[in-house]
Design a protein around this ligand. Structure first.
Ligand SMILES: [Zn+2]
Length: 265
C-alpha cells in the first residue's frame, strides 16, 4: 500500500515553454500544463521526494506536502535539482537537517553547486530559517539503503548527458526510472518482483532532438514489456507529448501522468 503524487510531469522547459509554447499539446486540456519534474512517494512508513525541480515550491504548496523523511536525487541536471533551496521550508517545519540521498556524482555536484546548503551542526530552529540544511548521503550502486521499513536500491541507467540513476523500492514494489537512453542489465536484475507501479520518463515520443540522451516511446514501451508492471506511468514530457495522443498510443496498463495526479497502489 502506498501513494505517489506526480507533482510535476514536464521535461526541462515545462509545458507551455517559452520557445515552443504548447507545441503538439492541446492547450485546452489542463493535463497538458506541466511543471518541471517532481514526484512524492509514500511507501511503507516512509515519505520521499524524488528530485527538487525549480517548481518545487508550487508543487509542495498545491499538494499540501509539509513533511518528508528524505529526498532522493536522480541526477544533477537543473530541472531535477534547482528547487533545492525551497527545502528550507521543510527544515523550518522539522527543525533539523533534512536527509538527502543520491549517487556519488550527483551528491558531489550538490555539494559543489549548493555548498551553502550542507547541514550546519548549529542548525537550530533560529538558524534554519535562513537556508536549507541538508544531511547529504551517498548511495553506492552495490548497496541497499534501508530507511524505516523500506529497502531502496539504485537502478543503473545509461546514456544520459550526466550520470543518472533510478530507484527500486522493496525489490521492485515501485520502480522509478529517470532520464536515460537505457536501463542497464545489472539494474533490471535487481527488480525481483512484478512492480505495482513502474514510472518511466517519456521526454518526446520519437526521441527527436532529445534522442541523444533520452528514450522515445518505442523504447519506453519495450521496457514496459520487459519489466511487466501492474501499471506503468509516464512522466517528464515535453511539448511534443499531447496527453490524449500519447494515451491513444499506449496499452491499457500504461498511463500518462499529469500534474498533481495521485496514484494509490
Ligand atoms: Zn536530465
Amino acid at each position: 500500500m502506498g501513494k505517489i503524487i506526480f507533482t510535476g510531469t514536464g521535461a526541462a522547459p515545462g509545458v507551455p515553454s517559452l520557445s515552443r509554447g504548447w507545441g503538439n499539446c492541446n492547450p485546452n486540456n489542463e493535463k497538458n500544463r506541466r511543471r518541471r519534474i517532481g514526484t512524492y512517494l509514500e511507501i511503507g512508513n516512509q515519505k520521499f521526494l524524488i528530485d527538487t525541480s525549480p517548481d518545487l515550491r508550487a508543487q509542495l504548496l498545491e499538494n499540501d506536502i509539509r513533511y518528508v523523511d528524505g529526498v532522493l536525487y536522480t541526477h544533477a541536471h537543473a530541472d531535477h535539482i534547482h528547487g533545492i533551496d525551497d527545502l528550507r521550508e521543510l527544515n523550518r517545519i522539522i527543525k533539523r537537517p533534512l536527509n538527502v540521498y543520491g549517487t556519488k556524482h550527483t551528491m558531489e555536484q550538490i555539494r559543489t553547486r549548493f555548498s551553502y546548503l550542507i547541514a550546519d551542526p548549529l542548525c537550530t530552529e533560529d538558524r534554519c530559517i535562513y537556508k536549507a540544511s541538508l544531511a547529504v548521503s551517498e548511495i553506492g550502486f552495490d548497496e541497499s539503503l534501508y530507511l524505516g521499513d523500506v529497502k531502496i536500491d539504485v537502478l543503473e541507467l545509461t546514456g544520459h548527458l550526466v550520470p543518472s540513476n533510478g530507484y527500486i523500492f522493496n525489490d521492485g514494489e515501485v520502480v522509478y526510472v529517470a532520464d536515460c537512453r537505457e536501463i542497464s542489465e545489472v539494474g533490471l536484475k535487481k527488480i525481483k518482483q512484478k512492480p505495482k507501479v513502474l514510472v518511466l520518463p517519456l521526454t518526446t515520443p520519437n526521441a527527436g532532438y532529445a534522442k541523444i540522451s533520452h528514450m522515445g516511446l518505442d523504447k519506453v514501451l519495450e521496457y514496459v514489456n520487459v519489466i511487466k508492471p501492474e501499471r506503468a506511468i509516464l512522466n517528464h514530457m515535453a511539448a511534443e507529448c499531447d496527453y490524449d495522443e500519447i494515451s491513444r498510443l499506449t496499452p491499457s496498463n500504461v498511463f500518462v501522468a499529469f500534474d498533481n495526479m495521485v496514484v494509490e497502489y
